[in-house]
Design a protein around this ligand. Structure first.
Ligand code: UD2
Ligand code: MN
Length: 344
């Protein structure tokens, strides 16, 4: 074998070797490329998001939410963790409206909503009123924190009877219902005497499947129900229940009867009055004498005997009045109305 044939053999072998090397690198490149492609199709976004979240967490700063999606609040718990049970109430003569306002900074124009959860019900508290300023102050002082502990979305409406004609509690409450619904679609209404302060926050200011009577007992009656069927003081009805009975009668001027008339309306609709347990449904009534302009209504028994005949045409659907002003004060909405005067 000559020198030339040896050289050409080496050249041929290295050609095969080079070819082999080239095909191997092409194969390696193809495998690598397709692997990356599969990986990126499977999870491109997840990878990016995980990275961003991790980055935010590491940086330790609260970055503003760029997405514009409102933060979802969960529903408030069935039983509020803020309830305190039976309380010793105070009625300091030195109490001022300013004190109550500064103790209730979360209340705006009489309205409050819990910030950390969505309330189970929206409740309007309606208080008929004339010349009982001190009682109103005591009630606001106790009722605002009481309702906030119950984690309610609520607003307080005070309905003032203008002038000095005989008082008409029931008509004022009809007006409160109609006026409050102009503001918001309240689901539940609490009809509330100005002088009754609840003693125990387990007495829930929410509505039920049936109308509720919240005053089983009060200090001045030894905490006993006054009589079977008694439906005065503080009651709770849903928007629909109150509409179904056509609200209160507008015809009771002066003291008495209007609460019994509402009970008759409720019973005519085959609704049943519910009451919380006696140890919970307790109130302190701030002492008072009978107001001038609210003398006993001597026609009340006669009116009560007519309820069955007149309830459909005497009530919410016939409540005529003139709203003189609606003032949105810090702690309540103050509605003043001219409600007319008794016809006899
Ligand atoms: C009872 C009932 C009340 C009502 C009334 C008869 C209880 C606890 N309450 O209350 O619901 O049925 O008998 O009408 O049983 N008011 C004023 N200014 C006045 C007069 C009355 O603001 O000049 C308002 C105030 O909200 C007061 C409510 O009307 O709480 C009831 O009047 P009341 O307190 O004089 O009558 P009372 O305690 O006998
Ligand atoms: Mn009273």
């Amino acid at each position: 074998m000559g020198i030339f044939s040896t050289v050409s053999k080496v050249v041929r072998r290295s050609k095969y070797f080079l070819l082999l090397l080239l095909s191997l690198s092409v194969l390696a490149w193809i495998t690598n490329f397709s692997g990356e492609t599969v990986k990126s199709i499977l999870a491109p976004r997840a990878t990016t998001q995980t990275f961003i979240r991790g980055d935010e967490m590491n940086s330790g700063t609260a970055e503003p939410d760029q997405s514009n999606t409102p933060i979802e609040k969960g529903e408030c718990p069935q039983v509020s963790p803020l309830l305190k049970g039976a309380m010793n109430l105070s009625f300091a003569s030195s109490l001022k409206l300013k004190d109550v306002e500064s103790a209730n900074k979360g209340v705006t124009e009489g309205e409050y909503e819990p910030s950390d959860c969505t309330s189970r019900q929206s409740v309007a508290i309606l208080i008929p009123h004339r010349s009982r300023e001190k009682h109103l102050l005591y009630l606001l002082h106790h009722l605002h924190p009481f309702l906030q502990r119950q984690q309610l979305h609520y607003a307080i409406y005070v309905i003032q009877q203008a002038g000095d004609a005989t008082f008409n509690r029931a008509k004022l409450l009809n007006i409160g219902y109609l006026e409050a619904l102009k503001d918001y679609g309240w689901e539940c209404f609490i009809f509330h005497d100005v002088d009754l302060v609840p003693e125990n926050d387990h007495n829930l200011y929410v509505c039920d499947k049936q109308p509720k009577h919240l005053v089983v007992g009060r200090n001045s009656t030894g905490y006993k129900l006054r009589y079977k069927g008694y439906f005065g003081g503080v009651t709770a009805m849903t928007r629909e229940q109150f509409l179904q009975v056509n609200g209160f009668s507008n015809s009771y001027w002066g003291w008495g009867g209007e609460d019994d008339d509402l009970r008759v309306r409720v019973e005519l609709q085959k609704m049943k009055i519910l009451r919380p347990p006696a140890d919970v449904a307790r109130y302190t009534m701030v002492f008072h004498n009978r107001d001038s302009g609210n003398q006993i209504n001597k026609y009340r028994m006669g009116l009560l005997s007519q309820t069955l005949q007149v309830w459909k045409k005497d009530g919410l659907n016939s409540c005529s009045y003139k709203t003189l002003s609606v003032e949105r004060l810090p702690l309540y909405v103050n509605v003043t109305a001219d409600i007319g005067k008794p016809q006899v």
